[in-house]
Design a protein around this ligand. Structure first.
Ligand code: GLU
Length: 412
């Protein structure tokens, strides 16, 4: 962890976009203030009968462009500031990709590894019931994030539905397919990261065939990005999980198989790497797909990659950003690179509203269309205004929210 909190990073990025767009101080006030913040106590009865209290959060940063949207994170270090920062990023991400949503984020300060399956279920259900009054398909739609998955979404959907008295699949996205989930949602964030990497290679005139990739993280984002890139002919040379990295495996699929049966990536025949060694590998594409603050002023100086594609939310601090810019490394920012997840969440919500479900090909094609369109818009803005891709992406997202504010006017 560094001194630069995720909220400081997110606010600095917003400030910069507001300056570049020459928005007013009034606009800054409107855009930099989260609209609704809820903190709840979540009691959990442990399997042994003990009762423990956890802190839960839900932040609805903006609802100007539609219901708020964003994941639920289970992580011991999550707090209100970080939740606000991540909800802010969701706001710009949804506006950038032109989804009819505001932005939200939630979470519980808990290490989910310490929970049994039934403890996880009770905690998820109680959290859902605590935030129940402010969520709903027309209000705020949670989804998976770090430490949660489709099982948690099934429990959230059920808790909400039992209280409503009928099935409400549209209250959360990232659900199992049989409960109204969408085909392609599980791999969507990783697939979008892969689309971003391929496009960034095009911009830098590097042939994707045989291009090398290092990925920090081997979970919901990192694994699927690794698989997609390997299938596209790139060479994934290193991946890591929370315990460190490995290199020297022959294929991602083989490493995944080992990981599934052994719970770690230390497959025989591979070589260990530290997180810093992985970040500093001489590769074409570096993908931080773990937590915030991994590319800092300190770690950025050793980065040799030509391109950084941000699979995680807020992996780069402003100090780290400055160094990447000086080194002329192309950074595809989080709100573009990892937007595949929320884009397919949007498809899921649309399918649930219509009770009409798409084929995997339709999901893939529509995801590709939105990502390519957004990518082109960011590329164009960055070239025209001579700004970084992060600045360009924020300018587009923030200006759409600012315009929506203006058109709606201020009540009363
Ligand atoms: N948690 C994901 C994100 O940070 C997905 C959010 C969603 O699908 O609503 O973008």
């Amino acid at each position: 962890m560094t001194m630069e909190s995720t909220l400081v990073t997110a606010r600095a990025q917003l400030r910069r976009a507001v300056e570049l767009l020459e928005l007013s101080e009034n606009d800054w006030q409107t855009l930099s203030t989260p609209r609704r913040i809820l903190e709840v106590a979540v009691p959990l009865r442990r399997d042994n009968g003990n009762v423990e209290m956890y802190k839960g959060f839900r932040v609805q940063y903006s609802t100007t462009r539609g219901p708020s949207k964003g994941g639920v994170r289970f992580h011991p270090q999550i707090d209100m500031d970080e939740t606000v920062a991540l909800a802010m990023l969701m706001t710009w991400k949804c506006a950038l990709t032109n989804l009819p949503y505001g932005g939200a984020k939630g979470g519980i300060a808990v290490d989910h590894h310490t929970l049994s399956l039934s403890e996880n279920e009770r905690l998820t259900r109680r959290y859902t019931s605590e935030i129940l009054p402010i969520i709903g398909p027309e209000r705020d739609i949670p989804a998976p994030d770090v430490g949660t998955d489709e099982r948690n979404m099934a429990w959230m959907m059920d808790t909400y539905s039992v209280n409503a008295g009928f099935s409400v699949p549209g209250v959360v996205t990232g659900k199992p397919i049989v409960l109204g989930g969408s085909l392609g949602r599980t791999s969507a964030t990783g697939d979008g990261v892969a689309i971003s990497a391929i496009e960034a290679l095009r911009v830098r005139a590097i042939d994707p065939k045989g291009a090398t990739v290092a990925i920090q993280g081997f979970g919901k984002v990192g694994y699927w990005a690794a698989m997609a890139l390997e299938n596209l002919g790139l060479k994934v040379v290193a991946v890591s999980d929370v315990n460190g990295g490995v290199t020297g495996f022959s294929s991602v699929a083989q490493l995944w198989e080992y990981y599934q049966s052994n719970g770690n990536i230390g497959m025989p025949g591979t070589d260990k790497l530290t997180q810093d060694e992985l970040l500093h590998l001489d590769v074409d594409v570096l993908i931080p797909a773990a937590l915030a603050d991994s590319i800092t002023e300190k770690s950025a100086s050793g980065i040799q990659a030509r391109i950084v594609v941000e699979g995680a939310n807020a992996p780069t601090t402003p100090g780290g950003d400055k160094i990447l810019e000086e080194k002329n490394i192309l950074v595809v920012p989080d709100i573009l690179a990892n937007s595949g997840g929320v884009i397919v969440s949007y498809f899921e919500w649309v399918q649930d509203k219509q009770n009409y479900f798409w084929t995997a090909d339709e999901v893939k094609q529509n995801l590709n269309d939105i990502m390519m369109r957004t990518f082109k818009e960011v590329e164009h803005m960055a070239t025209e205004k001579k700004v970084t891709w992060r600045e360009a992406a924020h300018m587009i997202g923030v200006s759409r929210v600012a315009e929506a504010h203006k058109l709606r006017g201020l009540y009363p």
